[in-house]
Design a binder for this molecule. Structure first.
Ligand SMILES: NC(=O)c1ccc[n+]([C@@H]2O[C@H](COP(=O)([O-])OP(=O)(O)OC[C@H]3O[C@@H](n4cnc5c(N)ncnc54)[C@H](O)[C@@H]3O)[C@@H](O)[C@H]2O)c1
Length: 283
């Protein structure tokens, strides 16, 4: 890798290090609201659930891995007393969902309604990131990626829209891969480009109901999904060469823009994608 200044605000010398410090921005108007977050057993979804709960939002975290989801919900709940940024933190419960199943999404919506009585925010975050060169992508692989990453977003938005009131917001997880080609990730890139475009379609049609729909396009974020980058020095060097800020991002750094998109500060923002990629979409 070429020598580059380390832009990590911690000043650490390890250029792959993320800045995982807690963000302190608070939007008081979201306290008491209710969010559904898919893929919340770990990674960004877990960080979103925790960040929202510390700001007073009640959260249904849902994942296909029910055991890990329950453990994550319990962990967040246990840390809330110390971490909360509001007098009354939100309640976090775990639920099972397979986002490829439209009926599962409706059941998930019912969990939120039964437990908390309303749905204000729905974050379609669950995703998979398989590797296969274009020559090798099998029909099963492309179907699986589109099922989780695209159909999952559509079914989630449909379920959310059936129950949301005007002023509610949906956020979908796209990726820098919607804009930039990554070798071996043809199916994934295709799916995330679809999410970006689907977000615009949803924003146009759900605007009739007063529901805003936006997406976030992260770059390399330090989660299990990108562990292979962090653990392979050559892959990490290659990845960071394409990141103007010269480090991986943390889930907390994606949470900040998500929080903005859910807040009243973004109440006239819809059909938009926010890149949270350290600038890598330009390289
Ligand atoms: N990590 C990154 O660098 C990065 C970059 C760009 C976009 N993204 C996107 O952000 C989102 C979150 O990524 P992450 O890094 O936290 O991933 P992750 O792999 O750490 O977590 C994904 C979660 O989704 C769950 N999941 C997978 N299939 C599911 C299904 N069918 N139904 C319900 N849950 C399911 C998994 O069990 C897991 O808990 C994904 O959509 C991903 O594509 C990640």
């Amino acid at each position: 890798m070429t020598e580059t200044p380390n832009a990590d605000t911690t000043g650490a010398q390890n250029p792959g290090r993320t800045d995982a410090s807690q963000l302190t921005a608070v939007y008081p108007e979201i306290a008491g609201k209710v969010a559904v977050v898919t893929g919340a057993a770990r990674g960004m979804g877990a960080a979103f659930a925790a960040g929202l709960a510390t700001r007073g939002v009640h959260v249904v975290g849902a994942d296909i891995n029910e055991e890990q989801m329950t453990a994550t919900a319990d962990e967040i709940t246990a840390s809330l007393a110390a971490d909360s940024l509001t007098a009354t933190p939100g309640r976090v419960i775990g639920a099972r969902v397979d986002v490829t199943d439209a009926d599962d999404h409706e059941s998930l919506a019912q969990v939120a309604l039964n437990e908390f009585g309303r749905i204000d925010f729905w974050i379609n975050n669950a995703g998979i990131f398989p590797f296969a060169l274009v020559d090798d992508i099998s029909p099963e692989q492309i179907a699986a990626v589109l099922d989780v990453n695209v159909h999952g977003v559509l079914f989630g938005a449909q379920a959310a829209a059936r129950h949301m009131e005007p002023g509610s917001a949906i956020v979908n997880m796209s990726s820098v891969s919607a804009l930039r080609v990554r070798r071996g990730r043809g199916a994934y890139c295709t799916s995330k480009a679809a999410v970006a475009h689907l977000t615009e379609s949803l924003a146009v049609e759900l605007g009739d109901k007063g529901i805003r729909v936006n997406s976030i396009a992260p770059g390399y974020i330090d989660t299990e999904m990108t562990r292979w980058v962090r653990e392979d020095p050559a892959a990490l060097a290659h990845a960071l060469d394409a990141v103007p800020l010269h480090r991986l991002g943390s889930p907390e750094e994606v949470f900040g823009p998500l929080l903005f998109l859910l807040s009243d500060s973004a109440r006239y923002v819809t059909g938009h994608s926010i890149s949270v990629d350290g600038g890598s979409r330009h390289v």
